[in-house]
Design a protein around this ligand. Structure first.
Ligand code: PSU
Ligand code: MN
Length: 310
């Protein structure tokens, strides 16, 4: 392992840098979903579709990751392919890992927590993902709670997600977001989305109907609070899993974690892979559809935010 003691910069590609300097809309995208969350070859197609959705909304996409120790906002397609190459063994980087990864010239994909840390550092205020991490089932024993939650509590970035992954303890996750002071706002719904399902069964206090309203609410929120903001966008009903198939896959996913003895960062990827197996790939299509829709919505919110700031 080589090491470097110089202070690391976050590298921003030229298109993103120009957009930021002209105060145009930029949307950060994560790379963990591509590298650890979805199977090849769909993963790179999803990455392309997310970037295209952001552009179609009039914003510039900026996918984050760490390439040979360089923290980057605005990965090239080549960077992303290299990160997703299994022989590279890219790490999964949360906020806690970024300095270690840059200091040790590591390759790594960033989670929501890692991505918002980089995005905020360079002035990007909106990101899209599939499902936020959260409190795992049995967390009162295991203490397994995604660092996405605490990262959102200290990083003023608006994240568009289809709720939190349905493998989690959703009511407990919402209680934690409440304690952490992170607003959770349903997009055109009063029901918290259930990732693969439209509705998790938990009601929300707030709902907004237009991207402009979300942008305004986030702009106001930033005056009063240093936290991020969760805009919860349910999967389209035509793309959702049926409740029955979902529940069968969930049982199998829990069993897979138990049998494989997965802990820590491995839990979420093992469960997502079990879902893909049990649903014959249907969960992967659902995941693709929802994350692309979230990228499109994030693009519209970023455009509204940029035009209200000028
Ligand atoms: N959304 C998806 N698929 C994913 C993720 C989000 O549709 O794989 C990733 C994100 O990077 C999120 C991470 O931050 O899962 C949560 O992992 P953990 O539970 O280990 O914190
Ligand atoms: Mn965890």
């Amino acid at each position: 392992m080589t090491s470097s003691s110089s202070v690391p910069a976050v590298h921003v590609n030229e298109e993103v840098r120009t957009a930021l300097s002209e105060r145009r809309a930029v949307v950060a995208l994560e790379s963990t979903i591509v590298v650890q969350g979805l199977p090849a070859p769909v993963n790179l197609d999803v990455a392309d579709a997310c970037e295209a959705a952001v552009r179609a909304a009039g914003a510039v996409p900026a996918t984050a990751g760490v390439v040979a120790g360089r923290a980057i906002v605005g990965l090239t397609r080549q960077d992303l392919e290299a990160l997703a190459d299994p022989s590279r063994g890219a790490a999964k980087l949360s906020a806690r890992d970024l300095g270690l990864a840059t200091a040790s010239h590591t390759w790594g994909a960033t989670t929501v927590a890692g991505t918002i840390a980089l995005a905020h550092r360079v002035g990007v205020a909106v990101m899209a993902t599939g499902g936020l991490g959260g409190v795992h089932q049995g967390a009162s024993q295991s203490f397994d709670e995604s660092a996405d939650l605490t990262a959102l509590s200290r990083t003023p970035v608006l994240v568009v997600a289809s709720g939190v992954k349905s493998i989690l303890d959703i009511p407990a996750t919402l209680e934690r977001l409440d304690s952490l002071g992170v607003p959770v706002v349903g997009y055109r719904t009063r029901h918290f989305p259930g990732f693969y399902l439209e509705d998790s069964g938990v009601d929300l206090d707030w709902s907004l109907d237009e991207p402009e309203q979300a942008a305004a609410a986030f702009a106001h929120h930033r005056v009063f609070s240093p936290t991020g903001f969760l805009l919860a966008n349910p999967v389209a009903s035509a793309s959702a899993l049926s409740r029955d198939l979902h529940d069968r896959a969930l049982a199998a996913a829990r069993e897979a974690v138990r049998v494989e003895g997965a802990t820590g960062q491995a839990v979420t990827p093992v469960m997502l892979a079990a879902f893909a197996r049990v649903t014959g790939g249907e969960s992967v299509r659902t995941n693709r559809d929802l994350v692309v829709a979230n990228a499109a919505l994030a693009g519209r919110v970023a455009v509204a935010l940029a035009s209200s700031a000028t």
